[in-house]
Design a protein around this ligand. Structure first.
Ligand code: GTP
Length: 353
């Protein structure tokens, strides 16, 4: 199943930068070297098993935009699943940006009336004042320009987790069986007495689905009884193990990457309600951190396969689930062993393949 994703917006708004961060695993620091996109750059990204994202990165210079809206209109705007339109938060020519945007939405309505529209107010890191107010003001302006077209607006930056949040939500709308995945994850969470189970796509580390909150049982039981317990004790050689630490932040010595424990056990700021005060940005922050961790592993010529964390507050296991996915299991019960969690991941694999 192929889903066409149009990535549009003015030249220099940051389209290719976000594509290179999310789909090519490049660091943000390298995006300054990217040249302007000439016409359309097409990429196929196998996302989940059968789901292929057909990403059209449309160069934003005026001459290209004019051509998309005239001679190339039916080619560009037909069979679109999602339009992602990027606006620079501090654009020097918002009036022109909005004119092009309105023309694109008109063409989209004509050729792909069912397509979803996501607007990214990008480079939010450059805002010096109150970011929330600035984003609200921009969103209002964009809603007016969109007229009757339903839109979803995100504030994003390549320098923080906001980009992962936006793209995870966008990709989630394209996954046909998201509800079934969430149900299986909830079953896995119950089997592990986990607080939460999160499914990530392997290359992009975007969040595909999460378990729904439930009351954990008191002990960790295998997901299915069909394997012998001894198998659970076989350890993966390539697992990156982060040892127990008494400080709130742990770091892997070989890579220098820090993983803060407040993601799943908050001390300050705003946290989800519930007994464990979990940070509401934990999914996208995990995506961002793991991508950085994978880059560091590559730098020291280590393959990244799995990760275990045993902190005083919680235990987390991140392991390969299928060819295209990783699963993160977070447990707040100190009596549950990581080996049991890994056994359950292995037993659950069949359900997700
Ligand atoms: P065209 O290919 O001409 O359509 O441009 P584009 O939209 O693909 O822009 P590109 O990704 O090439 O980015 C332009 C510049 O914006 C680069 O120098 C990036 O480093 C910078 N940039 C991208 N995202 C961000 C961001 O979130 N914050 C800041 N401060 N700069 C960004």
């Amino acid at each position: 199943m192929k889903k066409k994703v149009l990535l549009m917006g003015a030249s220099g708004s940051g389209k290719t930068s976000m594509r290179s961060l999310i789909f090519s695993n490049n660091p943000a620091s390298l995006t300054a070297r990217l040249g302007a996109t000439v016409d359309v750059e097409q990429n196929h990204v196998r996302f989940l098993g059968d789901l292929i994202l057909n990403l059209w990165d449309c160069g934003g210079q005026d001459s290209f935009m004019d051509s998309y809206l005239s001679t190339q209109q039916s080619t560009i705007f037909s069979h679109v699943g999602v339009l992602i339109y990027v606006f620079e938060v501090e654009s020097r020519n918002m009036t022109k940006d909005l004119e092009y945007y309105k023309d694109c939405v008109r063409a989209l309505r004509k050729y792909s009336p069912e397509a979803a529209v996501f607007l990214l107010v990008h480079k939010m890191d450059l805002v010096r004042g109150n970011k929330v107010q600035v984003l609200e003001k921009k969103s209002k302006e964009l809603r007016v320009a969109s007229e009757d077209t339903p839109i979803t607006v995100f504030g994003t930056s390549i320098y923080d987790e906001s980009l992962y949040k936006a793209w995870s939500r966008i990709v989630h709308t394209l996954i046909p069986n998201a509800a079934v995945l969430s149900k299986h994850l909830t079953t896995l969470a119950a089997a592990c007495s986990a607080t939460e189970v999160v499914l990530f796509e392997r290359t992009t580390f975007l969040v595909i689905a999460t378990s729904t909150p439930s009351t954990p049982s008191t002990s960790s039981i295998p997901f299915s009884q069909s394997h012998t317990p001894s198998e659970s004790l076989q350890s993966t050689q390539s697992t990156q193990s982060i040892p127990q630490s008494s400080t709130p932040t742990t770091s892997s010595q070989s890579t220098g990457i820090s993983y803060t424990s407040d993601l799943y056990n908050g001390q300050d700021g705003v946290y989800d309600s519930g007994p464990h005060k979990m940070d509401p940005t934990r999914y996208e922050r995990t995506s961002e951190l793991i991508k950085a961790f994978k880059l560091s592993c590559a730098r020291v010529r280590e393959d990244f396969h799995a990760l275990e964390m045993e902190l005083p507050e919680f235990t987390a296991v991140l392991d390969e689930l299928t060819k295209n996915t990783y699963v993160l299991i977070v447990v707040h019960d100190p009596s549950i062993e990581t080996a049991a969690l890994k056994l359950n991941v292995r037993l659950a694999r069949r359900k997700f393949e």
